[in-house]
Ligand binder design. Structure first.
Ligand code: NAD
Ligand code: DAU
Length: 375
């Protein structure tokens, strides 16, 4: 999204409201932040939908300055009170319905949370940061407050095989209800900057993977199905391409944007790591062949790749995503730390070491989902 931005400024987050902090990326971000900035206050607001899990925050439960609030971003008065009572100066907005397949089966929740929910947060931030009597004494707001909105590369649509990667100038062309709802929320954030001067930044990131990802998503689904000797469902021909980034590298990018990004700017974050789904599944299988040649939950003998099963394609399945991360690399000196090889090995190891967590997440709701999507 191309938008005229104001000066690049240094900003210091010290009291953060992290929405969706009990989900995959949000929880990793909370871990990252409390580790790197232990004196900051971190308030997590999460509705604990099927995708949110209090256990994702277990490592920080006793961290001084950490508070968990079970609530909905659409609850305007709750958000107002959190902003005021905790003197929040930074909102990092992860909360969303995030799964493309679920958005195909039931788009309503995506409009409600991603569009209406984001708007409710924006209204509350405007009321407390820009409109309240005290705010006029705290100027300029641009150096006092920050609203960072987490978006996705999916808003840009799908690329052909030889197209250059998505840049911040690429026109929005969302194809799934999920992507359209994220695009809608991005536009609202932009509008609150242009119209009211709300100091905001947006990041559009590519596919994340790593610890705490819900097993409805491709990589954990593959790992856990392998361990159970279950088919590895690959949509269509498996040649769709995603651009993979280890989740902590996403967190590092957000940190840089918060501290050094230009107000009103969008930054694409990616790892320059395009892989077809078939490449990904083969890599996961090869790691598990090494680490778990005989899985405890199955009588499977290697190779795990014998479990690959092509199934009916996802409706409207985007063919290729690729991020041009040149802007954040040049302007904020961002570089990802993990390669796909190192990140995927860490990820598989994390799932192997956290089978209790996996069992909890794969409860009745998950079984219902598998039935609905794969039967
Ligand atoms: P996730 O589904 O794992 O977590 C979402 C979290 O939001 C959950 O904890 C859930 O309980 C919470 N939530 C949902 N509705 C809520 C509401 N109304 N009020 C409060 N909390 C609510 O999602 P994720 O994969 O961690 O994605 C986080 C954000 O990053 C999303 O905005 C997503 O669009 C974006 N993103 C994800 C990826 C990816 O690869 N996963 C890539 C780029 C961008
Ligand atoms: O690109 C960023 C996006 O990445 C985020 O905005 C989304 O929140 C996140 O869920 C992710 O979306 P994808 O649709 O790309 O991720 P998913 O893990 O669902 O699928 C990755 C690829 O694997 C995609 O091409 C579909 C395919 N797939 C997925 C599943 C769940 C399969 O072939 N089989 C499956 O069972």
């Amino acid at each position: 999204m191309s938008l005229k931005t104001s000066h690049s400024s240094l900003f210091t987050p010290h009291s953060l409201l992290i929405t969706g902090g009990a989900g995959f990326i949000g929880a990793n971000f909370v871990h990252y932040w409390t580790r790197n900035y232990p004196d900051d206050q971190v308030v997590v607001l999460d509705a604990l939908t099927y995708a949110g899990n209090r256990a994702n925050l277990a490592p920080v439960e006793n961290h001084p300055g950490f508070h968990f609030v079970h609530g909905d971003i659409r609850d305007y008065s709750l958000v107002l009170s959190l902003l005021e009572n905790h003197r929040i100066n930074t909102i990092v907005h992860f909360a969303a319905e995030s799964h493309v397949d679920r958005s195909i089966h039931g788009p309503d929740a995506f409009v409600d949370t991603n569009i209406v929910g984001t708007h409710s947060l924006l209204k509350a931030a405007k009321a407390v940061w820009l409109d309240s009597p005290q705010s006029s004494t705290l100027s300029p707001q641009s150096t006092t407050f920050r609203f960072h909105h987490i978006s996705t590369d999916e808003v840009y649509g799908s690329l052909g095989p030889d197209d250059p990667g998505f840049s911040e100038q690429t026109a929005y062309a969302p194809n799934s209800p999920y992507a359209a709802s994220k695009a809608g929320s991005d536009f609202l954030v932009r509008a609150y900057y242009k119209t009211y001067g709300l100091p905001m930044t947006i990041s559009n990131c590519s596919n994340n993977y790593g610890p705490y990802q819900h097993p409805e998503k491709l990589i954990p689904l593959l790992i856990l199905n392998c361990l159970q000797g279950k088919p590895l469902p690959i949509y269509g021909d498996g040649l769709n391409i995603r651009d993979w980034l280890y989740v902590e590298d996403h967190c590092r990018g957000i940190d840089l944007i918060l501290r050094k990004g230009s107000i009103g700017a969008t930054y694409n974050i990616g790892g320059n790591c395009e892989k077809t789904n078939l490449e990904v599944v083969k890599i996961v299988c090869a790691i598990l062949d090494e680490l778990k040649p005989l899985s405890p939950d199955s009588s499977l003998l290697t190779p795990h790749s014998s479990l690959i099963t092509h199934i009916k394609d996802r409706l409207g399945h985007d063919r290729r995503y690729a991020i041009d991360a040149g802007k954040i690399m040049r302007e904020l000196e961002y570089t990802p730390v993990e390669s796909f090889e190192s990140g995927i090995l860490k990820t598989v190891q994390w799932y192997l070491e956290n089978l209790e967590w996996c069992k909890k997440v794969m409860g009745e709701d998950y079984k219902k989902w598998l039935q609905q999507n794969y039967s």
